[in-house]
Design a protein around this ligand. Structure first.
Ligand SMILES: [Mg+2]
Length: 393
């Protein structure tokens, strides 16, 4: 049965507008923006503009025959493949069957605490993937990788010389608040000047006078040009203070050509202040665990956002950045033949809907239940109990 394109709920975190070069993301002050890098060299049809349909279609009960219309399946992990350290029953069989059917399988997580390599090791260690599987870190998309990739994009813009606010990796450092995965991905992508709050101050609590007198973090004589924030189990007022100081300082300067000088063809180096780039790995409000609701990465991001008065570029779900990245790197051009499987409506399902994918909500292994669909007004294409329902033997 041909399925109608799922209606898309407009996400409230950023405003997105179409542009001839792709999707532009604005922050709340309209000062920072990016055109999705993947759209520079890829087909403009890669990401379809959001269709807004006021008559939401109720989700369809999943049937394995629908896989005939699917080329690639993207899995959220926690609440879909596992719950904390417990695997969802038959998740391993599902992955194996999909691979045998020739489907591309990808993984996508808002968790920035670990690197992609660490996650693939977990998938193999838990036998969700066989130890000799050809699936490696290239098939795993984490928000730590996405944030590092976004900074790479900022650097590429810088090399083109058309964005005076862009990041200069040779002369600027990145400061990270979060797990080790962010720094690890930055270094893997070639960034040499990385300062991790966890090693810079660790869990130390500095007094107010110590904070006031603390010099701005530097490494290899390089000033910080970007701050990346994700979930941090040892987050402190001290870390927040350092990030806030960096984001509100005017220490970054650029040498660019003023508009008049440009029109005259002259190239006078004019120094001007530019803002430190602010990236969030995700804006998840909570981190649900069995029996407890813990603060999510978004709670830390928002604390720094409030204190600094700055709004970050968010690369995590439900923003489409990671999905665009995955589709581009795996040469998937038709988003309507991609199935996003998740347990959370406001991240996974919105993420897939925003990019024109088909979406499947698993309702018995993770956060959201069927009743939540109408409450949250976010409609997946399909529903199923667990990932075990995805394909038959
Ligand atoms: Mg999940």
């Amino acid at each position: 049965m041909a399925l109608q394109q799922r209606a898309v709920c407009i996400n409230l975190h950023d405003s997105h507008t179409e542009h001839e070069s792709g999707v532009i993301h604005h922050d709340d002050r309209g000062k920072h923006k990016y055109v999705s890098p993947l759209l520079h060299s890829q087909s403009q049809s890669l990401i379809q503009p959001a269709d807004v349909d006021s008559d939401f279609i109720q989700p369809i009960e999943w049937n394995p025959s629908y896989l005939n219309d699917i080329d690639a399946v993207i899995f959220d992990c926690d609440g879909v493949l596992w719950q904390e350290d417990t695997l969802v029953a038959d998740a391993d069989k599902t992955l194996d069957r999909l691979l045998k059917q020739g489907k591309t399988i990808l993984f996508c997580s808002n968790n920035s605490g670990k690197s992609r390599k660490s996650y693939i090791e977990k998938l193999k260690k838990t036998n969700l993937l066989s130890a000799d599987s050809s699936i490696d870190e290239r098939y795993f998309y984490s928000s730590s990788y996405a944030s590092a990739h976004y900074l790479l994009y900022e650097a590429s813009v810088n090399n083109k010389g058309n964005d005076v606010n862009a990041f200069d990796p040779a002369n600027e450092a990145a400061f990270t608040v979060g797990g080790s995965g962010i720094g690890e991905e930055l270094r893997t992508l070639g960034f040499q000047h990385v300062i991790e709050a966890n090693t810079y101050v660790g869990t130390k609590h500095l007094s107010r006078s110590e904070l006031i007198n603390l010099p701005l973090p530097r490494i290899n004589d390089k000033d910080v040009g970007a701050v990346i924030v994700g979930i941090d189990d040892t987050f402190t007022y001290t870390k927040c203070s350092i990030a806030t100081t960096l984001l509100t300082s005017n220490h970054r300067t650029s040498h660019d050509i003023t508009s008049n000088q440009a029109s005259n063809g002259s190239s006078n180096n004019a120094s001007r202040n530019k803002e430190v780039i602010f990236i969030s790995t995700n804006q998840d409000r909570t981190l649900p665990t069995p029996g407890h609701i813990l603060p999510g990465g978004g709670s830390i991001v928002h604390m720094i956002s409030i204190s600094s008065g700055r709004k970050p570029v968010n690369v995590g779900k439900p923003e489409p950045y990671m999905l665009q990245l995955a589709m581009s790197e795996h040469k998937i051009s038709d988003s309507s033949r991609v199935l996003m499987v998740g347990d959370r409506l406001d991240t996974d399902i919105l993420f897939g809907n925003n990019s024109g994918c088909k979406t499947l909500l698993v309702t018995e292994s993770g956060i959201n239940r069927r009743d939540d669909i109408a409450k949250e007004n976010i409609y997946p294409t399909y529903v199923a109990k667990t990932v075990a329902d995805l394909c038959k033997s």
